[in-house]
Design a protein around this ligand. Sequence first.
Ligand code: CP3
Length: 344
Amino acid sequence: MTDKTILKALKGETQKVPPIWMMRQAGRYLPEYRATRAEAGDFLSLCYNPDLAAEVTLQPIRRFGFDAAILFADILLLPQALGADLWFVTGEGPRLSTITEDADFAKLKGKDDIHDKLAPIYETVKILSTELPKETTLIGFAGAPWTVATYMIAGRGTPDQGPAHALREGNVELFEKVIDLLTVSTIEYLDMQIRAGAEVVKLFDSWAGSLKGEAFEKYAVEPARIITRELKRRHDNIPVIGFPREAGDGYIGFHKKTGVDCVALDNSVTPEWGAEHVQVDGCVQGNLASSHMVTGGQALIDEVRHVREACSKGPHIFNLGHGITPDADPDNVSLMIETLRENA
Ligand code: CP3
């Protein structure tokens, strides 16, 4: 049996005080992160430096005592390991080579050829599994195939995922080759993170909300189901968190359809809605608005109590609805945690 509060929640236990961690908890709002990132040179160099990546992963644990640490890496490292070019433009975001025709796909590597490039990431996990406090859970992650595909196809972030939808509609065969390659590669990538010491894995499907109806079932639900089933088969039912962001009604039944242990809620739904429609099937994670980490004050206190209360009747992992932003105040993170743990 485990004493780790995150693992208890993932097993379906309702706790008086829910465990807490925060998306992007290692990030630019922390001065110690900015210092380590400067030492590494740039973001990708930081991701591929196991000692420094482990250091930034540990920083928010030391400062705030979160119940979980999430591996410091990025969802776009997998496409890079598959052979896509990847770079980050300051102030704008990621850029990749694009996929518009069969020849672009033909240049990519296979699912078993990714590990040389990703070896430093596994090394980071290994370091963390020995250095984290014994009560802290280590979360590994990958992007879900659809979300990663939107970046690989367009070569950048796109507000409406237009190029990925255009390929899906114009050349579904090529589109499905990309999704299938990402599905099988994600299994191998997460398999190695688990072998290195990740105790939970999370699939980030940040753009799931732009898939509707049958497309949502085929490209958000089905890959999550295949990945979850295979990882659980290989690794003694390892817990999986799904995050079909802005899925709307797609959130309903997501646990059952995919087999994930926990569904992360974004800020397009209220915690009451999440409790009624999603927590009925298992653990939920979320969903304080990250803007409170900027604005703080009594509104932050009230909203932490509100989210905690709304999700108090079932298994719950407290988190934000999306990542903390660079303009957030670390003192507000402390206030969130103090408020959550009051009357413990
Ligand atoms: O949550 C964590 O702290 C774990 C590490 C993590 C990062 N990115 C670090 C990061 C995780 C889980 C991600 C996921 C990720 N990356 C997603 C899915 C979740 C989401 O936010 O919707 C996506 C879409 C990406 C792709 C990506 N990486 C973008 C679009 C950007 C640029 C945006 C920005 O904030 O500049 C990144 C860069 C990135 N990934 C940073 C961090 C800490 C900022 C890098 C820096 O400048 O230091």
